[in-house]
Design a protein around this ligand. Structure first.
Ligand code: AMP
Ligand code: ZN
Length: 420
């Protein structure tokens, strides 16, 4: 679809959504307060007149205060658990499930997946959308789907070998863990497995990490972004160019704002991603504050698609750590670590005492030659590289490959036990 038609469709769907939300007491009250009528939305730029929706709003209206249809029309519930209190609940109508699957099918096709592919979904099935939703998308393409879930690495490998898996869906942390597992078993995925692609998402990771996963598993890694509040996965996905994630703008209106002021930032500048779902029946959300930090790539993509792209998510606005008065993002640390060849794949940031930061990081399986002096030297090198990037020098603890904890779901990278 050309930009003009796409934008016209967006506007139509946005207006329909606002109209529909007049029936939801939460939004109705907000519209009343600001004197807004659906017909006031004359262009997508008028979206700025609409209220924001936050994670707190979802929690306060738990379980079904933001439902826009009758319960009878709901066919699916997914939730996303935050760090505290009640989860965020999201309802789907029959059409919503179909649409979500359709958007994922588009994403799969965009990376060159066809019905001849065997898709092994290593994400957890259940309330988390990464399992079921991806599954539906892959079935829509016609792939053979292996719903392996996270499971043990032994079983993942057996399924891959016996059924010729070509595409996997994993978190970056599990991809690394699995790569280590293969290395320890002496399996060369390039020669002994049929793997070609990995859809990697659910948590932030750097370009360096992408390259490491690609090298370790012998696959093309495509960044996959989504959140429960907007269907789950399939909000934005990379095309074969692997240079930013196309957002399905016929389903979502994106904005990038300054998280402190709520005002839009300039094109190409980094800020908080705000999404409005304009093609949902059961529970559309207006201007949802994702807290994810990114920027819009305004230039058209070489692939010819007209849906604009986002840069990879660099973290969350609430991820920022303040260490000795300096702002530090975990992704900065990851970028440095992953650029050092002797460094392995798992790391943990520990904040303790008054304001001390320790970065525990695994050595790569083949890096340690038994010489303790070399280890100390490397430790110092890593600490120095981190200091140059962060402006604070953390303590660096090099630990054996495979010794840091691995979680089944999203990785926990920061442990903050400070007594500030
Ligand atoms: P959930 O709704 O529980 O699936 O969590 C969604 C959140 O996971 C997003 O808001 C992001 O913070 C994070 N996330 C998902 N995919 C990605 C990705 N590709 N890159 C960075 N963060 C991601
Ligand atoms: Zn593209």
């Amino acid at each position: 679809m050309d930009r003009g038609s796409l934008e016209a469709l967006q506007l139509k769907r946005l207006r329909d959504t606002v109209q529909k939300l007049e029936r939801v007491p939460f939004y109705h009250a907000k519209f009343e307060k600001s004197g807004l009528k659906p017909e006031d939305i004359k262009s997508t730029a008028d979206i700025r007149r609409l209220p924001f929706t936050t994670a707190a709003d979802l929690r306060e209206n738990y379980p079904d205060g933001l439902l826009a249809v009758s319960r009878d029309e709901v066919v699916r519930l997914h939730t996303s658990s935050g760090t505290t209190g009640k989860p965020k609940a999201l309802f789907f109508s029959r059409r919503d499930v179909d649409t979500a699957a359709e958007l994922l099918a588009r994403a799969f096709c965009m990376t060159g997946v066809t019905r001849r592919d065997v898709f092994q979904n290593m994400m957890s099935y259940g309330l988390f959308t990464g399992g079921l939703m991806m599954h539906y998308g892959a079935e829509k393409v016609g792939c053979m789907v292996i719903p392996s879930g996270p499971g043990t690495s032994e079983r993942q490998l057996m399924l891959m070998q016996d059924f010729g898996t070509t595409v996997v869906h994993v978190t970056p942390s599990y991809a690394f863990y699995f790569a280590d597992f293969l290395e320890k078993k002496g399996i060369d995925p390039r020669r002994q497995l049929a793997l070609r692609k990995a859809f990697v998402g659910a948590e932030p990771y750097t370009e360096e990490t992408r390259r490491k996963i690609e090298a370790a598993l012998g696959v093309d890694v495509y960044n996959s972004y989504g959140l429960t509040e907007m269907n789950g996965p399939g909000v934005a996905f990379e095309c074969e160019g692997k240079c930013g994630l196309h957002v399905w703008e016929d389903n979502f209106v994106m904005e990038i704002i300054n998280p402190a002021t709520g005002e839009p930032v300039g094109d190409g500048q980094t800020g908080e991603l705000v999404l409005t779902s304009i093609n949902r029946e059961a529970m559309p959300l207006l201007r949802y504050r994702t807290r994810d930090l990114s920027s819009i790539i305004p230039e058209p993509c070489a692939c010819g698609r007209t849906h604009r792209r986002l840069h990879r998510i660099t973290g969350r606005s609430d991820d920022m750590l303040i260490v000795r008065g300096v702002n530090v993002f975990p992704q900065q640390i990851e970028r440095v670590l992953m650029s050092i060849p002797q460094i392995g794949r798992n790391y943990l940031i520990l904040l303790e005492g008054l304001d001390d930061m320790t970065v525990k990081v695994e050595l790569s399986p083949s890096a340690f030659d038994g010489q303790v002096e070399r280890l100390e030297e490397l430790q110092n090198q890593v600490a120095e590289k981190l200091r140059a990037e962060l402006w604070v020098r953390p303590k660096v603890d090099l630990v054996a490959s495979g010794s840091l904890p691995v979680t089944e779901g999203k990785a926990k990278r920061v442990i903050d036990k400070r007594s500030l």
